[in-house]
Design a protein around this ligand. Structure first.
Ligand SMILES: [Ca+2]
Ligand SMILES: [Ca+2]
Length: 268
């Protein structure tokens, strides 16, 4: 009896993983459509424009340390931060952190032990793209990311237009109410587990698009040659930085302790 049962369990597990895109992570189908990307009240580079999108899929949660560890175990990947022996660490400003890498997010004294369900950080855009490609996926475009975060009604945040903190209750893991330091009012000083703010989910049920960690996209950042756009704000941002239209650009080969990612894919 043991043999067939084990085979059956393995088959179920394999089928589930295949449905989830291979990494085990859940992908949500986004219907596509037409929306206005940007925010007239935001930065100049958020100038509103009409965008048409085909249906696609996007991970419900940010890629976690456990998922990234599985990827490293099966591929032997060495991340960019490990290769150069340093990543960037936010201390009120970005500074180079010697020995910071995905296993030591904030430097050699920090660790991901016991943090399997936290989003992986200190992965470059190139590392993130390699992870997604390994599972037959890709990074989302900036337009896909923003559409998945706000839908078609022009909302300011994934949950709507209400501020991320009301009556002391928070809808995301972010920082101080004015720029730009970590804050534990939401229960997490820096990185927190994925999926802890269901009231902050997007219209499509995607979690943590505002806050926790910034997310790499596949899109070039305009005006800065070679830079990649990232979205969503993170644990050190104020409410302005959590807006769905807010943009930032970084070189594609650096890791930072406030930047992770999630993968997208096509629709069969
Ligand atoms: Ca926080
Ligand atoms: Ca996020």
């Amino acid at each position: 009896m043991r043999g067939p049962l084990l085979v059956l369990l393995f088959s179920i597990a394999s089928a589930g993983a295949a449905a989830a895109g291979g990494s085990g992570a859940e992908l949500v189908r986004i219907p596509g459509g037409t929306f206005t990307m940007g925010d007239p009240a935001g930065e100049p580079d958020e100038a509103p424009r009409t965008v048409h999108l085909a249906p696609f899929r996007l991970m419900r949660f940010e890629v976690t340390n456990l998922e990234f560890a599985d990827f490293v175990a099966s591929t032997g990947t060495l991340t960019d931060a490990e290769r150069v022996g340093a990543g960037y660490v936010w201390t009120g400003r970005w500074r180079t952190g010697a020995g910071a890498d995905w296993r030591h997010p904030h430097g050699p004294e920090s660790s991901v032990v016991g943090r399997d369900d936290h989003p992986v950080v200190q992965v470059s855009a190139r590392d993130a793209a390699r992870f997604c490609a390994h599972y037959g996926l890709r990074l989302p475009s900036e337009a896909e990311w923003e559409f998945a975060a706000r839908g078609t009604d022009g909302r300011r945040y994934p949950w709507g237009d209400a501020p991320p903190e009301e009556a002391g209750r928070r809808r995301a893991n972010f920082g101080t109410l004015s720029c730009c330091a970590p804050d534990a009012s939401d229960g997490f000083l820096k990185i927190g587990p994925v999926g802890r703010f269901p009231s902050g989910a997007s219209p499509f049920g995607i979690h943590d698009m505002a806050g926790n960690v910034w997310e790499w996209t596949a899109s070039a950042y305009p005006g800065r040659p070679g830079h990649v756009a990232l979205r969503g704000g993170g644990w050190g941002n104020d409410p302005y930085g959590l807006r769905v239209s807010y943009r930032h650009g970084n070189p594609p080969d650096i890791g930072l302790d406030m930047v992770g990612f999630r993968c997208a894919g096509g629709v069969e």
